[in-house]
Design a protein around this ligand. Sequence first.
Ligand code: F6P
Length: 761
Amino acid sequence: MLSRSVKLSLRFMFPLAILLGLFAYIVVPLMDNLTLRWSVRDLDNRSQLLAATLQVPLREDVLLNDKAHIKKLFDGAIEDERLFALGFCDPSGKLLYKTSTYPQSLGCWEKPTDGTKQKSLVQLPRGPVHVADTPIEDNGTGLGRLILVHDMSFIERRSAETTKYVLIFFALLGVAIAFLTLLVSHLSWRGWLASLNDVLRGQLLPRDVKSTAPGATPPPPPPPEMEPLIGELRSLLEEYHEERQSSSSNNSAEWAPEKLKALLQQDLAGDQVLVVSNREPYIHEKNADGTIRVRRPASGLVTAVEAVMRACSGTWIAHGAGSADRETVDRNDHVPVPPKNPSYTLRRVWLTEEEEKGYYYGFANEGLWPLCHIAHVRPVFRSSDWEEYVKVNRRFADAVIKEARTDNPVVLVQDYHFALLPRMVREALPKATIITFWHIPWPNSESFGICPWREEILEGMLGSTILGFHTPFHRKNFLDTVDRYLETRIEPEASTISYGNELTQVEDYPISIAWPDYPDTQPVEQCRTEIRQILGVPEDHLLAFGVDRLDYTKGILERFQAVESMLERHPTMIGKFSFVQIAAPSRSDLEEYMNFEQRVRKLAARVNDRFGSDGYLPIILKIEHHEQAELQRYFRASEVCMVTSLHDGMNLVAKEFIAARDDERGALVLSQFTGAARELHEALIINPYHIEQGAEALYRGLTMPPVEQRERMRSMRDRVRRFNVYRWAGHMLLDAARLRKREKVMQKIRSHSRGNLRRVS
Ligand code: F6P
C-alpha cells in the first residue's frame, strides 16, 4: 500500500512530468535552430578560408585552361570529409569545371531574381548542403566564381544527438526532482507528525493544563515553524474544548442521584458496586458515659463518595477505626448506613496497631503523601512500612473478593492507600470493572522516581480498568511516570496504557460535592449573628474563615502570615477583623504533624500578641473537629473564605463555601496550586507562597463591593451546581459501562474465532 507521503508526492510528480515534457517540446527545436545557425556560420567561414587557399592555383589553371590540373586541384580539396563538391562557373554562368560529386541541379547557384537574400542552405534529394561562392579575378578582371558545396548531413546527426541528450537531461531532471520531492516530503511529513505530536501532547494541551503545580516540568518549546499552526490548532482545540464543556455542562445540569441510579441500572445492569477506602464514612465512638455517638470524618473523599453511595447503594469497605466500631457491626462486620436512613452497607476491616502504623501512618502518610504533594516535607520510606502496606492491601483485596456477589462487580478504589489492590483484585476477578481514583496530586516522574517501590506501585495501579485523577496535569504526569519506569505501550491521544494483556484508561475526573438543598439551613443573617456571638466579637466585625485538616500541605502557616501582613499593610483593619481557623486534628501520631501543630499554634499566638488587645484576637484558632452543619454556619457567616493549599488534588472546602452561599455574597481566596483553581476562575487566585499577594487578596475580599461579590459568586455557584459529584461519578461509571460493553463484544469475538479455529482443525 502506498504511504500517504508517496501518494502526495505522486500528486505532485504527475503535473511535473507534463510540465517537463512541454518544456522539452519547446526547447528541442530552439536548440536545433541555434545549432544550425552556428553550423552555417562555421561553414561560411570555412568556405572563405578554402576559397582563399584555392584562389591562386585556380586562377592560373583557369587562365591556362588546364583542365587536368583543375580536376586534380578540386579532387584534392574534396578529400576533406566535410567539403562535398566544388564547381567553377564562368562570368556568363556556365559551369566549366566541377567535381564528379557536384549536384547537377545546383547549376551555377544563381542569385534569386526577386531581390531576396540568397540562402546558403540548399535542400537536395540526398540531404541538405551548404553552398558558398567566391569570385576569382585576375588583376580586376572577373574570371568566374568558385562554388563550394559542404555536406550538411552532420547537422542532422548533431540535431538528433542534441534532441536525445536534451530529452535524457529532462528525464533525469524529472527523476531527480521526483526523488528529492519524495525524500523532502517524507522527511517533512515525519517531522510534522512528530512536531504535531509534541505540540498536541505538550504545547496544545489546554493552557490551564499547563498548571504551575510545584515540581512541574514545562513542556519543550514548539519549533518556530510550527508557531502559526499552533495558534490555529490551539484556537480550534479551545473551540472544541468549549463546545465539549458546554455540551457536558448541559448534561451536568441534570446530574442528580436519580440520574446516577438510572445509569447504574441501565448501563451497568445488575452490577454490584463496591467502594474501598481507608477512611470510613461513619465512625462509631464511645463517649465517656458509655453511650455511642456517630462521627463524620473530616475528609474530602468521604464527602464526595458518600453522596454517590447513597445514590447507588452497594457496599463500602473501609478501616474500622472508631472505638465503638466493633460493637456496632453484625457478624459479617457489616453495618447499614447512614444510621438514620440506611441506603448502603458499610463493611469494616480491622487492622492491628502494627498494621495501621506501617500501612497508614508509615508508607501512606510518611511516604506517598509527601511524595505526591511536593510540599517541602521529605518522604520517608521504610521496608517495614512497605511490608505492612502490601499486607493491608491484600487484606482489603480479600474483603472485596469476599463481598463480590458476581464475577464482574464494579469496584471503586479510593486513593493512595490502595495502589496495589487493583491488581490483586484483578487477578482474582478478571472480569471486574476496577475504577481507581487518586485523590491527591500525581508528581512529575523524577519526583515519583525516588520511591523505592515505584514499579510495584505502578504495576498495582495498572490492574485498574479506569484510573482517574483530578486534573489533566496529574493524568499527564502519571502517563509520563509509567512511560519512564515500566515497559508498556502508551497511546497518549487515547490516554490508554497497555500492560501485559490489560488496557487501562487514564482520565481526569474533577471531583466535586453534592449540591445542597437548603430546607433546614439557618438564614445567613442568623448565622452571622450567632457565630459572632460565639466568637465574642461585635455584630459588624469582619470575618475570614479557613477550615482544613491540620496538615502541612494546606498552607495554614502561609495563611496566618498573610493575615499578619494584611494587618501591617492595612492597620485600619486591626480590631475590626478576625481570621477564624478550624483545624481538624489529623495523623497526630506522626512527628511531622505534631511539630506542625506546634508551629501553627506558635504563629497564631505571635500574630495575636502583635495585633491583639483587650480580648481582641486577630486569629481565632480552633484545633478540633467540627461537624458539617457547624462548618456551614461559619461559611455563611464569613466575608471571606481562604484556601491556601501548597498543593492539593482538588480541595472541596472551596466548593463547599461556594455551595453554602445561597445569598450570593462572600469572596473566595484560592491557591493556584489546587485542582479547584482550574474551575473557580472567579475566585481571588493567589500563590500562597507570596505572602503579600495573599494579604492583598484577603483585604480585597473583605472590602469587595456587594455587586462584585454577587457577580463572582453567581458564576462559581452555577459551575459547582452543574459540575457536581454525581457528574464526577457518572462520568466514571459511563466510561466503565462503555469499557464493559467493549470487553463483552471482544469476548464474543474471541470465542467466535476460537470456535471457527476448532471447526477448521
Ligand atoms: O486528600 C486525600 C484524602 O484522602 C482526602 O480525601 C481526605 O480529605 C484526606 O486525605 C483524609 O485523610 P485521612 O483519612 O488520613 O484523615
